[in-house]
Design a protein. Structure first.
Length: 319
């Protein structure tokens, strides 16, 4: 599988997608009509590196997904005493420990959200093409970060920002709860993205390719508020992170969803994607420890896919 963007050992990034291109997403000139984004949305996306699509999924989907996440974690949403448990398996990417990652990837509720037409159409707007594959990613249930759930947050890129040409990739987070600065959620540095090319020319040659020195930047980290069902799509060159949950009783819930152009010419990648769906397995990657209980494999059936779902997985070809 192609590893041009260095999504290998001890590097972030989702190994279920592989796409290389030289044209930056901020430089795309639309040829397809916008389906979900407005002209203003698309301009904001290209300038600041992110956009929020309101009500990308229904309230019923939000409830079904959050109910499943509580069940999967074996926590009682009405009993905070059940929330403060250590993670079943620590992350090799240690910065993620305590951040609320839920090691589920293949459940029916997650696939229902991925194969929602409004979600897919938003990414068609971003890429200006229809032949897309969805990332096989997990969810987040971030309870107050104290006790066994300590987490301080960090700002990073999920791409090596020293490469030339720069990586081209998209990420996304689907809100399953209201977010606030206290409950935590998505935070980023939009002005760094806007000025990234100029900033990179003056940045130290030995800088960390994955993490900016936030204290040295002239631009602030901004918290992006979201409501249940909202989808935030962001460019992988946008420095971002999870804001810690400093509240007493609030819980931030989310699912990670992204699309990139399908790579049907890579049979190994395609087979790995289909096998992980069919066998209910986690991706094999540095940032994905998986569930040691293997509950998805043992307790839940293989998700049923719509015709759109089969195409965004790679089970069926794009025309």
């Amino acid at each position: 599988m192609n590893d041009r963007y260095r999504y290998g050992d001890q590097r972030p990034g989702n190994p279920t997608l592989s796409y290389t291109a030289n044209e930056q997403l901020r430089d795309i000139r639309k040829t397809l009509p916008l389906r979900v984004l407005s002209e203003a949305d698309f301009a904001h996306w290209q300038t600041y590196g992110y956009v929020v699509i309101q009500q990308a999924i229904s309230p019923e989907q939000v409830k079904a997904t959050t109910d499943f996440l509580w069940e999967f974690q074996d926590w009682n949403p009405a009993d905070p005493a059940t929330w403060n448990r250590t993670e079943l398996r620590g992350h090799e990417m240690k910065e993620l420990n305590g951040s609320g990652m839920v090691e589920t990837y293949q459940h029916q509720t997650l696939w229902n959200n991925r194969q929602t037409p409004r979600v897919y159409d938003a990414f068609v707007d971003i890429w200006d093409r229809e032949d897309l594959w969805v990332s096989i990613d997990r969810a987040n249930l971030n309870t107050p970060n104290r006790g066994a759930r300590q987490f301080t947050g960090f700002i990073h890129w999920d791409a090596d920002t020293t490469l030339d040409p720069l990586p081209v990739n998209v990420q996304g987070v689907l809100a399953l709860s209201d977010t606030s600065p206290e409950s935590g959620g998505f935070q980023c540095i939009p002005e760094l993205f806007k000025n990234f090319i100029a900033w990179r020319k003056t940045a130290p040659a030995d800088r960390n390719p994955w993490r900016p020195n936030v204290d040295s930047l002239p631009w602030p980290v901004e918290f992006i508020a979201m409501q249940p069902g909202d989808l935030l799509i962001f460019n992988s060159l946008l420095a971002h992170g999870i804001r810690p949950n400093t509240s007493e009783h609030l819980v931030r819930a989310a699912q990670y969803i992204a699309f990139t152009p399908a790579n049907e010419a890579d049979p190994m990648l395609r087979d790995a994607r289909v096998t992980s769906w069919r066998e209910r397995e986690a991706p094999q990657g540095y940032a994905f420890p998986g569930d040691p209980r293997e509950w998805e494999k043992k307790k839940y059936p293989t998700a049923t896919l719509t015709p759109l779902g089969e195409r965004i997985l790679g089970l069926a070809d794009w025309p």
